[in-house]
Design a protein around this ligand. Structure first.
Ligand code: AMP
Ligand code: TRP
Length: 345
């Protein structure tokens, strides 16, 4: 039975790849929302290291460190392990078990139609099946915890739709009378797509256009100083259009409303230069990130603390996951493992 029925709170699952340190794109685009949701829902948050194996940036030498760093970043950003279950995907082997079971009903045609698969496989000489099957693992993540809702950004909606389709197919085939899984719904958040400092592309670690949550005040300034602004503002005397300027967009996230209004007026009226505007942003960003930075650095200095939290999380997650797997295997007609066999790896 889903704990959600006990607590009366709908259940949420979401995952984030272990890309290492959090940057302000992750923070504003996803993680701050996770922090807000932990007060209203029963949340399972997962660092999806198995998914990361399909990415171009996968490096066995760095996977463990990046996983721990991402967990530390989530905790630093305010994820509270006393309220949520925070864990690492590979610590709960049931994810891979359920993935195989779902694999048997997942439609190949749909998998091949996924935008992310098409983009990522485009220039590959040999396409690993893991890239194609990535959304099945995502479906397994969600269904394993019988999540009611999944907070996702725009780019993951298509995968979530497929997870719903896989859920429907599995239920129709194996448990039409007594569904094991609720059909997970997307919880769309106000699309915040944070652009990189080059102003050309989404902020992303692989593009090197990020500001990390543990950057020093000086690093923040050094990154903001050359960042792209409204190209119409060649000199201080040229009026600008705040709405098209990425620095203004960042002010909206980090500066108080009165400052945002003032920035817009000064930009439109050519009352100050872009560098003045960036200086104010750098100060406000530094102040806003200070608590996240302090907590994240503290956890980075105490990795055993992070590991302990992840251990507790994995244990709690495995209890729920084990129950689901047993129901799924029962519905699929497996011979139950003899009692003396430890089925939980
Ligand atoms: P990634 O490190 O690219 O796997 O990002 C993890 C999650 O952070 C994504 O699924 C997004 O929800 C969010 N995210 C990453 N970069 C950005 C960005 N530039 N703007 C908004 N959200 C982002
Ligand atoms: N694919 C998601 C991303 O890249 C991460 C993810 C894995 C996920 N499993 C999930 C998100 C389950 C939501 C639910 O952002």
């Amino acid at each position: 039975m889903s704990l959600g029925y006990v607590t009366g709170m709908p259940r949420i699952f979401s995952g984030i790849q272990p890309s290492g340190e959090l940057h302000i794109g992750n923070l504003l685009g996803a993680v701050q929302n996770w922090v807000t949701l932990q007060a209203q829902y029963e949340c399972f948050y997962c660092v999806v290291d198995l998914h990361a194996l399909t990415g171009a940036g996968y490096d066995p030498q760095r996977l463990a460190q990046r996983t721990r760093e991402m967990a530390g970043g989530l905790l630093g950003a305010g994820i509270d392990p006393s309220r949520v279950t925070l864990f690492v995907q590979s610590h709960v082997p049931e994810h891979a078990t359920l993935m195989w079971l779902l694999n048997t009903v997942a439609p190949l045609g749909e998998l091949e139609r996924m935008t992310q698969f098409k983009d990522k496989s485009q220039d590959m000489e040999s396409i690993p099946a893991g890239l194609l099957n990535y959304p099945i693992l995502m479906a397994a993540d969600i269904l394993l915890y019988r999540a009611d809702m999944v907070p996702v950004g725009e780019d993951q909606i298509q995968h979530l739709e497929l997870a719903r389709e896989i859920c429907r197919r599995w239920t129709a085939r194996f448990a039409p009378e007594r569904p094991v899984f609720p059909e997970p719904k997307p919880l769309l958040t106000a699309a915040k797509r944070i652009m990189g400092l080059d102003g050309d592309a989404k902020m992303s670690k692989s593009l090197g256009n990020t500001i990390g949550v543990t950057d020093t005040p000086e690093e923040i300034w050094q990154k903001l100083r050359p960042a792209k602004t409204d190209p119409a503002r060649k000199t201080k005397k040229d009026p600008g259009t705040p709405e098209i300027c990425n620095i203004f967009a960042l002010h909206r996230h980090f500066s108080p409303p009165a400052t945002v209004d003032e920035v817009a007026v000064k930009c439109r009226g050519a009352l100050w230069g872009c560098l003045d505007c960036k200086r104010v942003l750098a100060d406000n960003m530094t102040a806003a990130l200070a608590p996240v930075r302090a907590r994240t650095l503290d956890l980075a200095a105490h990795p055993a603390q992070v590991d302990e939290i992840l251990g507790d999380g994995a244990q709690a997650a495995r209890r729920v996951a084990g129950d689901t797997i047993r129901e799924v295997q029962d519905a699929m007609g497996f011979l139950p493992a003899p009692a003396r066999v430890e089925t939980r790896a």
